[in-house]
Ligand binder design. Structure first.
Ligand SMILES: NC(=O)c1ccc[n+]([C@@H]2O[C@H](COP(=O)([O-])OP(=O)(O)OC[C@H]3O[C@@H](n4cnc5c(N)ncnc54)[C@H](O)[C@@H]3O)[C@@H](O)[C@H]2O)c1
Length: 343
C-alpha cells in the first residue's frame, strides 16, 4: 500500500515507518520536525516537511501534488511518480503529548491536536484517502474503575491531553459515518524501548516518561531521579504501569491497517502488554543492564497518579491477531540504553 505517515519523524512514528517499509509498503513521511528528527527518516521512504496546521500544504501532500517532496535516495520514486499514486491510508501520529503541560496550556493542545486532526480528516476526505490509523492513548480512560482496562471501560480523561484524544476519536466516528473513512484508534499504554534491530538512533525529544528519565540518570545527564511515592497499594509501594515496546506498537499499526482495509470497518483498540511493572522493578533492571548506579530519591506522590494501570489486549489479539513480543523490562531497557550510549 501507499502510506502517508504524519508525525513519522518522531519517536513512535519512525518505528511505524520502519515497519511499513519492512513489510514492503511505500512510505511518505509528513512532519514539521517540531520534535521529529531528520535522522529518523529512511532512505527507502519520502519526506515532506510540512505542518498539519497549514491546510493548503497538507492537502497538496494528501493529493500527491506537492512540489515539496524530498524523495529518499533509495525510494525509487520521482516527484511525478508520487503525484500519480493516491494514498491508501494515513497514519496520524502528530500531536503534543505532555499531559502535565496540557493542564497549563490547553490552547496549545486544542490547536495542534484537535484543529490539526480536523485538517487531516478534511484533507483525507478531499483527497479520497479511505483509511486512517490514529495514535490514541490510554489517557482516554482516566482513573481506572477496574483492571485490566478493556475497551468497554468508561472514558473519563483526567487531563486535557487525554480529552483531546477522546474528542478526536469522536471526530473519527463521525467522519466514518459521514465520509466513509475507516479508522483504527490505537489506545497505546506506556510506549517505551527502541527498534529491536538497532536501526533507529534519534532520541525521543523532551521525554517525560519513566524509562528515558532513568536512562538520563544512568547516562549522568540527571544527577538523581525522583520516585513519586512508595506508599501505594502495590507489592513494593511504587506505581505499576503497562509498558509497550515501540517495535510492538509498530506491528500493531500494520495489523490495524490490514484489518480496517480488508474488513471495511473501524475499531478502537488497546495496545498494551497486559503486564505491569513497578517503578522499582524498572529501576533495578536499568541498574543491572546499564551497570550504572542510577541514584534515586523517594519524593511525594504526584496528584492524579493511579497506583496501577494495566491493559487488556484481548481485543487486539482477537481482531488483529496481535500480541506484544518485546515488552519485557530487559528488552525495553536494553534497546533504550543502546540508543542512549550512541548519543
Ligand atoms: N509516547 C507515548 O508513550 C505515547 C502514548 C500514547 C499515545 N502517544 C501518541 O503517539 C503519537 C506519537 O508520539 P511520540 O511519542 O512519537 O511523540 P513525538 O513528539 O516524538 O512525535 C510526534 C511527531 O509529530 C510531529 N508533529 C507535531 N506537531 C506537528 C504538526 N503540527 N505538523 C506536522 N508534524 C507535527 C513532530 O515533529 C514529531 O515528529 C502522539 O500522537 C502521542 O500523543 C504517545
Amino acid at each position: 500500500m501507499n502510506i502517508l505517515i504524519i508525525g513519522g519523524a518522531g519517536y513512535i512514528g519512525s518505528h511505524v515507518a520502519r515497519e511499513f517499509l519492512d513489510q514492503g509498503h511505500r512510505v511518505t513521511v509528513f512532519d514539521n520536525l517540531s520534535s521529529g528528527l531528520r535522522k529518523n527518516l529512511f532512505p527507502e521512504g519520502n519526506f515532506i516537511h510540512g505542518d498539519i496546521l497549514n491546510y493548503p500544504d497538507l492537502l497538496r501532500a494528501a493529493l500527491g501534488k506537492t512540489d515539496r517532496l524530498q524523495p529518499g535516495p533509495k525510494s525509487g520514486v520521482s516527484g511525478g511518480e508520487y503525484a500519480k499514486g493516491g494514498f491508501d491510508a494515513i497514519i496520524h501520529l502528530a500531536a503534543f503529548k505532555a499531559a502535565g503541560e496540557s493542564m497549563v496550556k490547553p490552547e496549545k493542545y486544542s490547536v495542534n491536536n484537535i484543529s490539526g486532526t480536523v485538517n487531516i480528516l478534511n484533507a483525507a476526505a478531499e483527497a479520497g484517502i479511505p483509511n486512517i490509523v490514529f495514535s490514541s492513548s490510554a489517557a482516554v480512560y482516566g482513573e481506572p474503575a477496574y483492571l485490566p482496562i478493556d475497551e468497554k471501560h468508561p472514558t473519563k480523561p483526567e487531563n486535557y491531553y487525554g480529552f483531546t484524544k477522546l474528542e478526536i476519536e469522536g471526530f473519527l466516528d463521525w467522519y466514518d459515518r459521514l465520509k466513509g473513512i475507516h479508522f483504527a484508534a490505537l489506545r497505546y499504554f506506556n510506549a517505551a524501548g527502541y527498534d529491536v534491530k538497532g536501526r533507529i538512533t534519534g532520541l525521543e525529544q523532551n521525554p517525560a516518561n519513566l524509562l528515558p528519565v532513568i536512562m538520563e540518570g544512568a547516562a549522568g545527564i540527571r544527577p538523581e531521579i525522583q520516585i513519586f511515592g512508595n506508599d501505594y497499594d502495590t507489592p513494593d509501594g511504587t506505581c505499576i504501569r503497562d509498558y509497550i515496546h515501540v517495535s510492538d506498537l509498530a506491528t500493531g499499526h500494520v495489523a490495524a491497517l490490514n484489518y480496517i482495509s480488508r474488513n471495511n470497518k473501524s475499531l478502537k483498540v488497546n495496545l498494551g502488554s497486559e503486564t505491569g511493572f513497578s517503578v522499582l522493578e524498572i529501576l533495578e533492571t536499568a541498574r543491572k543492564v546499564s551497570g550504572q548506579p542510577v541514584p534515586a530519591k523517594i519524593v511525594g506522590r504526584r496528584p492524579g497518579d493511579p497506583a496501577k494501570l494495566t491493559a487488556s489486549a484481548q481485543l487486539a489479539k482477537e481482531t488483529l491477531g496481535w500480541t506484544a513480543k518485546h515488552s519485557d523490562p530487559e528488552t525495553l531497557i536494553k534497546t533504550t540504553w543502546e540508543v542512549y550510549k550512541k548519543n
